[in-house]
Each structure stands twice: as structure tokens, then as C-alpha cells.
Design a protein. Structure first.
Length: 214
């Protein structure tokens, strides 16, 4: 089974002209249809007071278990963001109703070319919310659920997520080898939704989302 949402959710581009937000269930974010660096895109930013890990635009009427998720993403610190902002941008998958639980891969674009090697090592991240946020994984499993990848804030970056059973792999920049491998997804082998994911202080854009389900 396969379905394609071209040009960053074409329906969202139409709905945006009438002041609606597109085919999303919004959790702590707002969306806008824009053209960003040559691509029709969905702009995603956090709502004031939104909590970390609860900032998602969930695609309506989509159920996903195994398969491939591809998209172009761009993230950068938003205007007025704090010093800890990294431009966090990613894709959540197998989300439960109202995003009560989900798995996700995300990028920290400002880390990609940081002068600090430790920051570089934290460029790509896997999380499983709410039981396994990034800080808990870093404490309990150092280096296992994050990795380095070259990134530039505000630039389009192609990501591909392959999911099968309890394994998920993140590919970045058309690389033939994965940037990050997770052999034991914490939520197990279950189905759920798909969402555009952002972190605090982020200005994000998403384009050309394609979902291929096995």
C-alpha cells in the first residue's frame, strides 16, 4: 500500500489560503502554507507555552506500521529563542491517539557544524515519548540513540525513515548507509499515526512528504 502527499501536503496549501491549517490535528503548534526556498511547504512553529515533546502536527486519517517515510525538512532557531534552541525538526511515527505516546527521529541542525565535537555527536536523535525522552536515553544509554550528521540550519535536508517491526533506521542526505539505527523500538511492533515534529524555539518547514507502507 502506498500513498503520496506531493508538494508538502497539497491540501494544506489550499486550506492555508482560507485561514485553515490543513489535514492536521495540532498539538502545541501552528501551521502555515508557504513557499520556502523554492518548495511549497508547511511552516510549523510552537504555540506560546507549549511543552517540550508535545509539539506535533499529526496527519489525519493516516495509519502506519511498517514502511518508509520520506520528507524534506528544515529547522532553525526561531526569533527570540533561547540559547539552547537547536532548530529541532523531525518526524514522529506510530503515534497513539492525541500523541499520548510516539516514536520519533529528529535533527538538531545547529549542532551539525558546531566547533564543539560533543555537540556534533548530538546532531541526530531517536526518542520514544513519554517514557524515554532524549535526556533519559542519553543518561541511561550514552551514544546509543544519537549520532553525528552534517547539517546546516535553515537549509532543506532530505530524511528517510525505514520502519520494520521493532527496528527503525534514519537516513539523511540520500546516504546509502543509515545515520542512526534503533534495533529495539520502545513502543514495540505496533501501528499508529504520523506527525510533523518540532522542538522548543524552532522555526521548521516540511515539504514533499511521501509515505510507503508495507
Amino acid at each position: 500500500m502506498r500513498w503520496l502527499i506531493p508538494a508538502a501536503l497539497a491540501a494544506a496549501a489550499v486550506y492555508g489560503q482560507t485561514g485553515l491549517t490543513g489535514p492536521f490535528e495540532l498539538r502545541g503548534v501552528k501551521t502555515e502554507s508557504v513557499t520556502y526556498k523554492g518548495r511549497k511547504a508547511v511552516k510549523v512553529t510552537g504555540e506560546p507555552g507549549a511543552k517540550d515533546a508535545e509539539m506535533l502536527a499529526i496527519l489525519k486519517d493516516q495509519t502506519f506500521k511498517d514502511g518508509v517515510i520520506e520528507a524534506w525538512v528544515s529547522g532553525e532557531p526561531g526569533s527570540g529563542s533561547g540559547t539552547g534552541a537547536r532548530g529541532f525538526v523531525g518526524i514522529a511515527f506510530r503515534t497513539r491517539p492525541q500523541a499520548a505516546r510516539y516514536e520519533a527521529f529528529y535533527l538538531r541542525p545547529t549542532n551539525g557544524r558546531a566547533d564543539d565535537q560533543v555537540r556534533r555527536n548530538h546532531s541526530a536523535q531517536y526518542i520514544s515519548e513519554p517514557e524515554h525522552p532524549w535526556y533519559q536515553l542519553r543518561k541511561d544509554f550514552p551514544e546509543k540513540y544519537e549520532s553525528y550528521v552534517d547539517l546546516v540550519p535553515g537549509e532543506w535536508t532530505r530524511v528517510r525513515i525505514e520502519v520494520k517491526g521493532k527496528q527503525a533506521r534514519l537516513f539523511v542526505h540520500d546516504a546509502q548507509q543509515p545515520t542512526l539505527i534503533v534495533d529495539g523500538l520502545f513502543l514495540g511492533d505496533e501501528s499508529g499515526g504520523i506527525a510533523l515534529w518540532v522542538g522548543p524555539g524552532t522555526l521548521a518547514h516540511f515539504a514533499d512528504l511521501k509515505i510507503t507502507a508495507n
